[in-house]
Design a protein around this ligand. Structure first.
Ligand code: N2P
Length: 391
């Protein structure tokens, strides 16, 4: 049987209200059930599914320590948590179907076609009271890919940018000053020829690299035109030999010193910075805010159409939206979650970190999320593979 705790609480409240108004004759015995209800703490909590299980599919290095255990302890729900490394991998799995997952966390660039493809079910906001903690501005941006904010709740948002080990890059550049536009470090042969000596790493996915390459050459990052992809690849080919690593995340590459300049997600670059600091490194690892802008992305919780545990999923989404969990995401993971109640809970160095909370004057430079047609994505993938092959 499905436990409907909210409904039980509502009935109890009605019973109590009724009792308060009634004036019972002294001789009559008090109705037995009423005091029992009155003395018991009002049951409250989310509606849960019969099977106390929740299956989540998310990106690696994206959840604060102890968050799942706290949810499991509070609800008795066992969470199975698997990870994927690229939007392309998640998408292929979703299209194949029967994943067994309840919640998946696609990036905004794929979430739009996934919504349109009927893979998700709309969320029941009545089961997500903490939805009201979300920043309306963030929801407005997200409505570009989820009109009416029906399907997606932000897990983390950040931007694809250039991350560097400052000391190593400065040393590699020698007499050459840091470029004004940070993208030059990874896209301009004049710089890559030098920076390659300490290692350049790129994210390994067409929809991570081609959009920022398009932006660098002055094209629309969300162009659906294959001739634009060809132009982006022409530019990329000039630096192909200087790229040491293609990686699904560059955290360990930059933290351990295999790379000194990366195209990565600001949040993951923040994680790399903390890991390097933990090992006693004095080098500064920083996610830069390039003068020409960076590519904003939103990773979003979505409820699969065939989810077997939709109530548990809503309960988890609501749990995640508590301000203290948003604070853990910012503090431990270096990611913004779009929670409007988070700032007072943060230490100043996190609240003031521009790679987690970009200053308002930088926001217009962040390229807002959008998506591509399925055909364009295929063309983009083959353009990207041509670049990777180097011919
Ligand atoms: C993984 C974060 C994923 C961000 N640490 C890119 N979607």
């Amino acid at each position: 049987m499905t436990m409907r705790w909210w409904s039980v609480a509502a009935v109890a409240a009605v019973v109590l209200a009724g009792c308060g108004k009634k004036e019972e004759p002294v001789a009559q015995p008090a109705p037995a059930p009423a005091p029992a209800v009155a003395q018991a703490p009002a049951p409250k909590g989310p509606v849960l599914d019969d099977e106390k299980v929740l299956n989540i599919y998310n990106w690696p290095d994206y959840i604060p320590e102890g968050m799942l255990a706290a949810f499991e302890k509070e609800t008795g729900i066992k969470v199975n948590y698997d990870t994927f490394e690229t939007n392309e991998a998640l998408h292929a799995k979703l299209v194949a179907g029967n994943t067994g997952y309840d919640i998946v966390v696609p990036g905004s660039v794929f979430a739009k076609p996934q919504i349109e493809g009927g893979l998700f079910q709309p969320l029941d906001k009545a089961k997500i009271p903490n939805y009201s903690n979300l920043d309306p501005e963030v929801l407005k941006v997200l409505s570009r890919v989820d009109p009416g904010n029906q399907y997606l709740v932000p897990w983390g948002w950040s931007f694809t940018t250039v991350g560097i080990n400052k000391q190593k890059v400065e040393k590699a550049l020698g007499d050459l000053p840091m470029p004004e536009n940070a993208w030059d470090l990874v896209f301009n042969p004049k710089y890559t020829a030098k920076v390659k000596s300490c290692g350049i790493a790129y994210l390994d996915s067409p929809t991570e690299i081609i959009p920022v390459a398009l932006h660098y050459i002055g094209k629309d990052a969300y162009s659906n035109d294959p001739t634009d992809y060809a132009a982006a690849v022409d530019m990329l080919m000039k630096v192909r030999r200087d790229i040491r690593i293609f990686s699904s995340t560059m955290i360990d590459d930059i933290a351990s010193g295999k790379a000194c300049a990366v195209i990565g997600w600001a949040g993951d670059i923040n994680i790399a910075a903390s890991r390097a600091a933990e090992t006693g490194s004095k080098d500064e690892i920083v996610a830069l805010l390039p003068s020409t802008g960076a590519l904003a992305f939103f990773d979003t919780m979505a409820l699969l159409k065939d989810a077997k545990h939709p109530n548990n999923a809503h309960a988890f989404i609501d749990f995640f939206l508590r301000p203290e969990n948003a604070a853990a995401m910012a503090t431990e993971m270096g990611y913004n979650t779009g929670n409007a109640k988070v700032k007072p809970l943060l230490p100043p160095e996190i609240a003031g970190n521009p790679s987690i909370f970009p200053p308002s004057e930088y926001l217009p430079k962040l390229i807002q999320p959008s998506s591509y047609t399925n055909e364009a994505r295929e063309a983009m993938a083959s353009a990207y593979n041509r670049f990777k092959r180097g011919k």
